[in-house]
Design a protein around this ligand. Structure first.
Ligand code: HEC
Ligand code: HEC
Length: 498
């Protein structure tokens, strides 16, 4: 929010000058207090003890929110776990989900971009506590864990195979597990099947309004120029070119689409059903990957149970972490997005990251990453979304799905608010892995550039202007969110909170 004052010079009201100045000063002070978001963050107050206790209640999982596997779900999760680690589900026999989501790296990979058959264009997020997420992928193009799991399989840079290949592998190696969980393997898939077959997908075109806005919002004349030159070569408009570059969904090879068209409609439905069941098994396993016992949780539980704050401090969560927590809640206003026990509002925001010009110019053949504005088009169109009849995971995203507005300019350059659980164990950070350390992303929040590289940054984000001590304590607090990871498929079917 900017205070634009117009200074008209015509009739100076000399006698009322001091009163006017006084009134203006009083008004500014009033506005200053009324709208905390226009105050520099560092000047906002730290929460009082009572406010802190109230906040802590919102920031811990309650036992009834946590997954609790029935014996059937436990069986399914165990099947899913085998699939998650099985490298046969890839074109070169070397890529499993676990190649990028490695248990020893908090189910991420430590790389800037995921590395499967080739390189992905985004960073590998963790799957820890995904039971609590509404949307999946950085742009939220999946509204359930089961539908999410199908994406990497058919992505040429990840597993690089098709659903028909998955069906063949299940038929050959997992028939017993499949039938125990989903009933008889479809009879119409017993015959010889092509190795790879899937339907051709459509293109996702952002509207003229969205593309023109995206082009205009690019914070680099150099890139705008490059796009202008390229669009005139291709005899198209820059907006159309943007639209094309922002749909970087992998395209189905013609041979796969032709093989798919040879299959009967019943076979196609059966293949999709087995493929979705593959996703459901993996989703069940992922649901049981949980981290809820961090030093922060220990502290919060003690305080909520009535222990005085000072006495609740201990190893892993001491005075500095407490200060960091207060900075996170108060001056940092981090909980306006990283809220609740999952430290995410489950929404999408543009946090004002500058363009990585070299990156975009390098890969401009491939993509302009507009984030959520493309994710909305994709999730609404997906046959595997919660309205498609295949998957019925009841997440809140399903309620939002029909109401998503693909014309919302705020979504350009917006990405999913990541959970901050176990954040210290899974550098690098953000959707494009540009920050190697937590300290680096905190400096971004501390300085907060005026303009975003693409789209415009959330207005509530102002430079933190913290000093080094404060930044250090904020980081220590983030470190205190690391918890040992429990794999429910390995345990009896209840998880006990420590
Ligand atoms: C080549 C590395 C790679 C492989 C293999 C891979 N992933 Fe991912 N995973 C990623 C990347 C990169 C993203 C983010 C992509 C995006 O947002 O566009 C991601 C996103 C996810 C997410 C979304 C997390 C969230 O909170 O939004 C889940 C869940 C996930 N993968 C599970 C899986 C499963 C299940 C498999 C196997 C079927 C798998 N991944 C295979 C790299 C990989
Ligand atoms: C306006 C919403 C918003 C606010 C406020 C906000 N964040 Fe974020 N945060 C996000 C989003 C969205 C991302 C991912 C952005 C991206 O990848 O483009 C993110 C990313 C992060 C990450 C990287 C996590 C990862 O896995 O990559 C950290 C750490 C983080 N934020 C900490 C903080 C802290 C500390 C504060 C307060 C100073 C804060 N955030 C305030 C929305 C917000």
């Amino acid at each position: 929010m900017k205070n634009k004052q117009s200074h008209k010079k015509s009739k100076p009201a000399r006698s009322r000058g001091p009163i006017t100045i006084f009134c203006l000063a009083a008004l500014s002070l009033w506005i200053w207090n009324l709208i905390p978001s226009i105050r520099p963050h560092a000047n906002r107050p730290m929460p009082s003890d009572n406010e802190l206790i109230e906040e802590l209640r919102q920031m811990t999982y309650s036992p009834d929110e946590l997954p609790n596997f029935s014996p059937d779900e436990l069986d399914l999760a165990r099947f899913g776990k085998q699939l998650f680690f099985d490298k046969r589900f890839s074109a070169n026999g070397e890529v499993a989900c676990a190649s990028c989501h490695q248990p020893e790296k908090a189910f991420s990979d430590g790389l800037r971009f995921g590395q499967g058959l080739g390189q992905t264009v985004r960073r590998t997020p963790s799957i820890i506590n995904s039971f609590a997420s509404f949307w999946f992928f950085w742009d939220g193009r999946a509204d359930s864990l089961a539908s999410q799991a199908l994406g990497p399989i058919e992505h040429p840079m990840e597993h690089g195979i098709s659903r028909t290949h998955v069906v063949r592998l299940i038929r050959e190696h997992y028939r017993k597990e499949y039938e125990a969980n989903f009933g008889q393997f479809p009879q119409n898939l017993e015959a010889e099947l092509p190795i790879e077959a899937k339907a051709k997908e459509g293109r996702y075109d952002t509207s003229a309004k969205m593309s023109a806005y995206t082009f205009a919002s690019l914070d680099s004349f150099r890139i705008q120029d490059a796009l202008l030159v390229k669009s005139s070569k291709l005899e198209t408009s820059p907006a159309k070119l943007i639209s094309r570059l922002s749909d970087f969904t992998p395209k189905t090879p013609d041979a796969w689409a032709e093989a798919w068209d040879q299959l009967s409609a019943e076979q196609q439905t059966s293949i999709n059903t087995v493929f979705v069941n593959f996703g459901k098994a993996i989703a069940q396993f992922e649901t049981g990957i949980i981290a809820v016992n961090s030093p922060f949780d220990d502290f919060a539980k003690k305080v909520i149970a009535g222990t005085p704050i000072d006495e609740a401090l201990g190893e892993g969560f001491g005075k500095d972490e407490l200060d960091g927590l207060k900075l996170f809640l108060g001056p940092g206003i981090c909980t306006s997005c990283h809220m609740g026990p999952h430290f995410s509002d489950q929404q999408f925001h543009n946090i004002g990251l500058p363009l990585q010009s070299d990156l975009i110019l390098d890969v401009q053949e491939l993509c302009i990453d507009v984030g959520r504005s493309m994710g909305v088009l994709m999730v609404q169109d997906s046959p595997f979304n919660c309205k498609g009849g295949f998957i019925n995971e009841k997440r809140e995203s399903c309620l939002e799905l029909p109401w998503l507005d693909s014309e919302n300019l705020e979504l350009v350059g917006a990405f999913k608010t990541p959970s901050l659980r176990n954040v210290a164990q899974r550098a690098p950070y953000t959707h494009d892995g540009r920050f190697a350390k937590i300290a680096d992303i905190l400096s971004h929040y501390n300085e907060m550039p005026e303009e975003s590289g693409i789209g415009h940054r959330e207005e509530t984000l102002l430079p933190l202007k913290f000093n080094n001590d404060q930044l250090k304590r904020l980081e220590l607090f983030l470190n205190s969110l690391s918890s040992p990871v429990t794999d429910l498929s390995e345990k009896a079917h209840t998880l006990s909170l420590r």
